[in-house]
Write a protein that binds this ligand. Structure first.
Ligand code: DON
Length: 575
C-alpha cells in the first residue's frame, strides 16, 4: 500500500508541479540505485524467484525428478509462507506453461472472482462516487481466492506425475511450522505494512509482536498456515474450498464488511485458457489472455514497435519516444475494451493484428501525443464471447512463467482467523465507476465493472518468448499497471538491443499508461536523455522502481537466470 500511495503521491506532485515540456527533469529526493543483476548459468534447470528459500525448493523438486510445473507449484506454495507480501494462498494469479514434449502452450487462469452477490455499484458511496475504502480496505475488496485451485490444476494436468500434491506442499509446511528468519524484502516490507496489519488482531498475532514488526533475523512462525497447508496436502483443494477453512475465510470477509459466502468458495474454479500469441521479429510471444490485459497489451505494443528499426536506433531518445507512444496507445485500448472474457465481448483479434498496429504507428509523430488526444482505437474483428513473478525451466525444456498476487502488499492485511491465510484486496482492480481510476491510476470503463462471479481485469503478464518453437526468454513481473511495460522492455532489451539477460533486467525502465499522462522514469537514465524526451513533449516523472522481472534466457551456453535486484533477496537458483 505504501509503495502504491507513494507512487501516486509522487506522480501527482510531479504532474501538479508541471513537469512540463522544456523544463528540466527534477530529480527524486532520494535516488535509489538499481544494483546490477548477477547472471547465473546452469544446464539442468533454473528457478528465478523473489525469495531465495522458495527458489531453492523449486530446484530441489527438479532434482527429485519433478518437471518445471511441479517445481513452479512447489515454489508457489513455498512463497505463500516465505514471501507473505505477495506469495499467497488467499489471492490469485496466472500461469503460462510451455510443454516441450508436444510443443504446446497453455495458460491457467486462477484469478480471484467476485462473490455472487457483487453488483456494478458495490464500490460507490451514497453519492454515487467511488469509495476506495470499500474497494481497497474492507471485506468487499476480497475476491474468492484462486491460488490453491490454480496450483493444484497445474500439477494435475501438466505435472510429471512423479510427485504428489502433498510432495509439492511438504517443503512449505516445514517452513511454516519450523519458521525461518525474517530478512531481505520481508524485513523491508513488514514495517511499511504495519498499520494495515495492525487493524486485524488475527494478522497482528502472526506478523507483529507488541504491535511492532519483527526485526531482521527474528523467526516468523505460521502454525495456522502450516495446518491449512497440511489439510490441502491431505485432501486436495477441497480442504480449502469446502468445510471449515472455507467457513473461516467467508466469516472473516463478512466480519470485515464483505459479502463472500461459503458457496462462493465452493463454486470457485481455476480455468485452462488458450494463450495469446504474437510474433516479434521472428520470435513467438506466448502470454496471458484476458482476464489479464497483459498479453494483449504487450503484443499490441510489440506490433507497433516492430515497425521501427530499434536495433539501429539503439536505446536512446528516438527509440524511447517510440516506446512511450506505443505504451499510451495500448493502455488507452486496455482501458476501454478489456475485462473478464466470460462477461464482455472484446476485439482481441483486432487488438492483436499487425494492420491495426500499423494504423496506430502512423499516428505517432516526432512529438509526444498528449494523452487527451489519444482515444481507444477502432480495432477490427469484434470477437464472440469472450504480484510476485517467478520463472522456471527444466532439463527437457518445459517452462513456466507464473505471476500471482494479493494485489497490495500483504493484500487487505487481513488473515482469516484460524487459517493463517492473508486475504487479497484484488477487487479494486475492477472499475468502481466508468471513467475513474483504480489504485494504480488505471482508468476503466463498462467492460471492467464488478459483477457476480466476474474476474477483475489484471495487468499481470507472465510470458514465454519462443525461438524456433523452443523457450528463449521466460519473464514477467509484479508492479500493478507497470507490469506490462516492464515485460515489454525486458523483451525489447534482449531482442532489439542484444542485452544479456542480467543487463536487460537491470536497465532502468520507463512507463506511460495513457492516464495519467506522464512518462515515469526509474533512476539510471542519463539526465540529457530525459531532458531530450521532455523537449519532445513527454512529461517525465522520476519514480522509484516498482517492478521486478525475474527472468531466464536460454543461450547456446545454457540457461542464464537473472534475479531482479529492485528488491532484496531475489535468487536465480540453477543446477
Ligand atoms: O492484477 C493486477 O494487475 C494487480 N492486482 C497486480 C498488483 C501488483 O502487481 C502489485 N505489485 N506490485
Amino acid at each position: 500500500m505504501r509503495r502504491v500511495s507513494r507512487f501516486l503521491a509522487l506522480s501527482l506532485v510531479a504532474l501538479l508541479l508541471g513537469a512540463s515540456a522544456h523544463a528540466q527533469v527534477a530529480p527524486l529526493a532520494r535516488t535509489p540505485v538499481i544494483p546490477p543483476a548477477t547472471p547465473i548459468l546452469a544446464h539442468s534447470g533454473m528457478v528465478v524467484a523473489q525469495e531465495s528459500r522458495a527458489a531453492r525448493i523449486g530446484i530441489e523438486i527438479l532434482d527429485r525428478g519433478g518437471n518445471a510445473v511441479d517445481a513452479a507449484v512447489a515454489v508457489g506454495f513455498a512463497l505463500a509462507v516465505t514471501y507473505p507480501r505477495a506469495g499467497n494462498l488467499g489471492g490469485g494469479g496466472f500461469m503460462v506453461i510451455h510443454l516441450a514434449k508436444d510443443n504446446r502452450d497453455v495458460a491457467i487462469d486462477y484469478r480471484e472472482t467476485a462473490p455472487a452477490a457483487a453488483t456494478p455499484t458495490m464500490f460507490l458511496d451514497a453519492k454515487g462516487n467511488p469509495d476506495p475504502k470499500k474497494s481497497r480496505d474492507s471485506g468487499l475488496a476480497v475476491g474468492v481466492p484462486g491460488t490453491v485451485a490454480g496450483l493444484a490444476l497445474a500439477r494435475e494436468k501438466y505435472g510429471s506425475g512423479k510427485l504428489s500434491l502433498a510432495d509439492l506442499i511438504t517443503p512449505a509446511i516445514r517452513l511454516a511450522s519450523q519458521g525461518f528468519p525474517v530478512e531481505d524484502d520481508t524485513a523491508d516490507s513488514l514495517p511499511r505494512a504495519k498499520e494495515r496489519l495492525a487493524r486485524w488482531p488475527s494478522s497482528a498475532a502472526i506478523f507483529l509482536t507488541g504491535g511492532q514488526p519483527p526485526s531482521e533475523g527474528d523467526r516468523l512462525l505460521q502454525f495456522d498456515l502450516a495446518d491449512t497447508l497440511r489439510a490441502i496436502a491431505q485432501d486436495g483443494p477441497r480442504a480449502f474450498y469446502q468445510g471449515s477453512i472455507a467457513g473461516e475465510i467467508a466469516d472473516a470477509v463478512v466480519k470485515a464488511g464483505g459479502i463472500m459466502t461459503k458457496d462462493d468458495l465452493a463454486n470457485y474454479h481455476a480455468l485452462k485458457r488458450p494463450v495469446v500469441r504474437g510474433t516479434y521479429r521472428g520470435y513467438d510471444i506466448v502470454s496471458m489472455p484476458p482476464p489479464s490485459s497483459g498479453g494483449v497489451a504487450l503484443i499490441e505494443m510489440l506490433n507497433i514497435l516492430e515497425g521501427y528499426d530499434l536495433a539501429k536506433l539503439g536505446r536512446g531518445e528516438q527509440s524511447l519516444h517510440d516506446l512511450i507512444e506505443a505504451m499510451k496507445r495500448a493502455y488507452a485500448d486496455r482501458a476501454v475494451f478489456m475485462g473478464d472474457p466470460d462477461a464482455v465481448k472484446m476485439p482481441i483479434a483486432g487488438l492483436l493484428s499487425k494492420k491495426y498496429a500499423a494504423a496506430l504507428r502512423a499516428s505517432i509523430g516526432d512529438k509526444a501525443t498528449p494523452a487527451a488526444d489519444i482515444h481507444a482505437g477502432k480495432p477490427a474483428d469484434f470477437e464472440g464471447q469472450n504480484t510476485t513473478h517467478f520463472s522456471v525451466i527444466d532439463r527437457d525444456g518445459n517452462a513456466v512463467s507464473n505471476t500471482y498476487t494479493l494485489n497490495f502488499s500483504y493484500g487487505l492485511g487481513l488473515v482469516a482467523d484460524g487459517t493463517g491465510v492473508l486475504l487479497n484486496n484484488e477487487l479494486d482492480d475492477f472499475t468502481s465507476k466508468p471513467g475513474t481510476a483504480n489504485a494504480y491510476g488505471l482508468v476503466g470503463f463498462n467492460a471492467n465493472l464488478p459483477g457476480p462471479g466476474k474476474r477483475p481485469l489484471s495487468s499481470m503478464t507472465p510470458t514465454i518468448v519462443l525461438k524456433d518453437g523452443k523457450p528463449f526468454l521466460i519473464t514477467g513481473s509484479p508492479g500493478g499497471s507497470r507490469i506490462i511495460t516492464a515485460v515489454l522492455q525486458v523483451i525489447s532489451n534482449v531482442i532489439d538491443f542484444h542485452m544479456a539477460v542480467d543487463k536487460a533486467v537491470s536497465a532502468p525502465r520507463l512507463h506511460n499508461q495513457w492516464q495519467p499522462d506522464g512518462a515515469f522514469a526509474e533512476p539510471g537514465f542519463a539526465p540529457d536523455l530525459l531532458d531530450a524526451l521532455q523537449r519532445r513533449g513527454h512529461k517525465i516523472v522520476p519514480t522509484e522502481p516498482h517492478t521486478s522481472a525475474n527472468s531466464i534466457l536460454v543461450t547456446p551456453n545454457g540457461y542464464v537466470g537473472a534475479a531482479d535486484t529492485r528488491t532484496r533477496g531475489a535468487l536465480a537458483a540453477g543446477y
